[in-house]
Design a protein around this ligand. Structure first.
Ligand code: F6P
Length: 507
């Protein structure tokens, strides 16, 4: 579907709703009755979106026309939905066996067998004198495990201390290494491509620190490179595959440190929670499909009202890294300007994703969200039960979550213009019953599928990321001049040349 057709469908509803207040929309009891959905431990409420029944119907028709459900079936079946790289995207096969198709079943079996190997390696490590494990990886090889470790910290067995090295920043490496004893440290080098500069640099720093590759492990879709570059015994190299995108990979052996921290049983529970969401997304009809509803709300906000940024506020400290994780998941997946067939997308695609943990953010950027000139739609995420929390802080935290959602939607009038809150900021509320591995898995899987729905509506490929390559190439070409091997004159761009001269003069 071309952009104008998409807009033709949505804009009349946006015009009709332009002056409608969320506060007025929610007075309709029929609307409230159909505004929430539950999948296992995850409840979602869409009542505060700037939508009415006719607009929802138009969005559902759009999803139907765009073949969203067929696309979902293709995703699970292992059809090469990543067309620019001619690959399937079978992250769902890492958590369950959902398809009769041979490729998808084979992928699931490979994933299971690899998980068994991972469990064995972790058991051996647990029986050794190793106390610390360093996860060396960046982007999808870092953000998922980092988030999961914090989210599931109440399930941490305490057997290992886990550290992360991602950035190509020698300060970070020095800081992490000085806390460690090389005799009691293991490291897992996680890189799908095994060609990522930052990971190679940090991997070499670790190898030097450990003195040998004996306690080095690797996870890669190019296992042979782990052996060639670091001499890692193939027994300690776990495969991943082309059909798992980096930002969709925490369910694979990329989750090595998650399983090491919380145990294989809890890692399996994480996968089961994601599988529960998969099963729902695969079978639920359009209207009752949580990922479709979530994805359509995002398309609506982006294309009907042209909101170009979206904030995620997690009212639970353990989910403070959720926005950073979603930044990669959503912006690498949806930050595209051409459709799968290479033609330009004529409507706005993925917005800027940002956010933080409530209530911290209320004391930093929420001022702008309440009174800034640009409205920002939000996802507000909360956790109902937190058995390990200091109990007297639960009510204040929850009151703040509910209060913010209400304030964003309803605003407030005042005779003093400085004290006016325009309101009408749309939000979706996502509530986990408890931050269990299952609920956390379901939450992340929801976001993955919502991304897929949005990408399908826009006709873009959520599984490639060509946009990151140009900067990497330029960095490699500049390195000799930065190192001083070549004179700055070798650099063509005049501004970069000037900056190089400045850096040289000061180093
Ligand atoms: O540069 C972007 C990217 O390719 C991400 O998509 C990916 O998650 C990250 O780099 C790390 O890649 P790898 O796992 O291949 O080292």
């Amino acid at each position: 579907m071309k952009g104008p057709q998409l807009l033709d469908r949505l804009i009349p509803h946006a015009i009709r709703l332009a002056d409608q207040r969320i506060a007025d929309l929610v007075t309709d009891p029929r609307r409230l009755a159909v505004s929430s959905l539950r999948v296992g431990p995850l409840y979602a409420n869409f009542a505060r979106q700037r939508l009415d029944a006719d607009a929802v119907a138009a969005l559902l028709e759009l999803a139907q026309e765009r073949g969203v459900q067929n696309a979902i079936a293709d995703l699970f079946d292992g059809v090469p939905v990543n067309r620019s790289e001619n690959r399937p995207a079978l992250h769902t096969a890492l958590r369950g066996c959902f398809s009769e198709r041979e490729g998808a079943r084979a992928a699931h079996q490979l994933a299971q067998a690899t998980r068994e190997r991972m469990g064995k390696l972790i058991s051996e490590l647990a029986a050794s004198n190793v106390t610390d494990i360093v996860n060396v990886g960046i982007g999808g090889s870092d953000l998922g495990p980092r988030l999961a470790l914090e989210a599931l910290r109440d399930h941490d067995t305490g057997r290992f201390r886990i550290h992360f090295l991602s950035n190509a920043d020698g300060n970070a490496a020095a800081y992490v290494l000085r806390q460690l004893d090389p005799q009691r440290t293991a490291a897992v080098i996680v890189s799908k491509s095994f060609g990522t500069q930052e990971t190679a640099l940090n991997g070499r720093a670790l190898l030097q620190f450990l003195g040998s590759g004996e306690r080095l492990y690797a996870v890669s879709a190019k296992p042979e490179l782990a052996q060639q570059q670091f001499g890692i015994d193939p027994v300690r190299v776990l495969p991943m595959w082309d059909w798992v995108g980096g930002r969709y990979s925490l369910w694979s052996s990329v989750g090595f440190v998650i399983a090491a921290a919380v145990g294989m049983g809890n890692f399996e529970r994480l996968l089961q929670g994601a599988a529960l969401m998969d099963e729902h997304v695969r079978h639920a009809p359009l209207r009752g499909n949580l990922a479709i509803r979530h994805g359509l709300a995002a398309v609506w906000n982006r294309n009907a009202f042209s909101y170009d940024s979206h904030a995620v506020l997690a009212y639970d400290d353990r989910l403070a890294r959720l926005p950073a994780y979603l930044q990669q998941l959503m912006m690498e997946s949806l930050g595209k300007s051409v459709r799968q067939d290479g033609t330009p997308v004529e409507v706005g695609t993925g917005p800027v994703i940002w956010g933080g943990a409530g209530t911290d953010v209320q004391h930093s950027f929420c001022q702008s969200l309440h009174q800034g000139t640009d409205a920002v739609p939000l996802d507000l995420v909360g956790v109902v039960r937190a058995p390990n929390a200091v109990s007297e802080q639960r009510a204040p935290l929850f009151s703040n979550l509910l209060a913010q959602a209400e304030a964003f939607a309803n605003g407030a009038s005042n005779s003093d213009p400085h004290k006016v809150y325009p309101g009408n900021r749309p939000s979706t509320l996502l509530l986990l019953d408890e931050l269990t591995p299952e609920a956390f898995g379901a939450l992340l899987a929801l976001y993955e599928h919502s991304v897929f729905v949005q990408a399908t509506i826009w006709g873009i490929n959520p599984f490639d990321q060509w946009g990151v390559e140009l900067g990497k190439r330029i960095a490699v070409s500049l390195q000799p001049a930065v190192e001083g091997a070549n004179p700055p004159e070798s650099v063509v761009d005049p501004v970069t040349r000037m900056l190089l001269e400045e850096i040289r003069a000061r180093s």
